[in-house]
Design a protein around this ligand. Structure first.
Ligand code: MN
Length: 129
């Protein structure tokens, strides 16, 4: 059996963070949380998650800067980082990929589509074995 995989949620909006945590724990993932880009980079370096879900607009440091930092660092540059984008940013695909994001999902997050997307990048815990 695979070890439980860990997803780091970097998101300043509490409601959004709780929703993501509920969905992802249901699918068997272990969850880490951070509320700013600075905290996200810190937790990512320390805890080495299998995948990062990264909000864009956050206090202290935005998700684009945080992702650039993680992708520039040898210890963390292989992490899969998926952007959580607002509707207004849906046209900015090129910019997100250029910043180093591996993929992106639009908020509000579709609770069925997100686990499907994660399966592309992770060995899913519960229903995909
Ligand atoms: Mn935000």
């Amino acid at each position: 059996m695979n070890r439980q995989q860990t997803i780091l949620i970097v998101e300043d909006n509490e409601q959004s963070r709780l929703l993501l945590r509920d969905i992802l724990t249901h699918y068997g993932y272990a969850i880490l949380e951070a509320r700013t880009g600075v905290e996200g980079v810190k937790v990512a370096r320390k805890c080495l998650p299998d995948l990062v879900l990264m909000d864009i607009q956050m206090p202290e440091m935005d998700g684009i800067t945080a992702t650039r930092m993680l992708k520039a660092d040898q210890g963390t540059n292989r992490f899969t980082i998926i952007a959580l984008t607002s509707f207004a940013m849906s046209g900015d695909r090129e910019m997100l990929l250029e910043a180093g994001f591996d993929d992106y999902v639009a908020k509000p997050v579709d609770t069925r589509q997100l686990p499907q997307l994660l399966k592309k990048y992770l060995d899913i815990g519960r229903d995909g074995e």
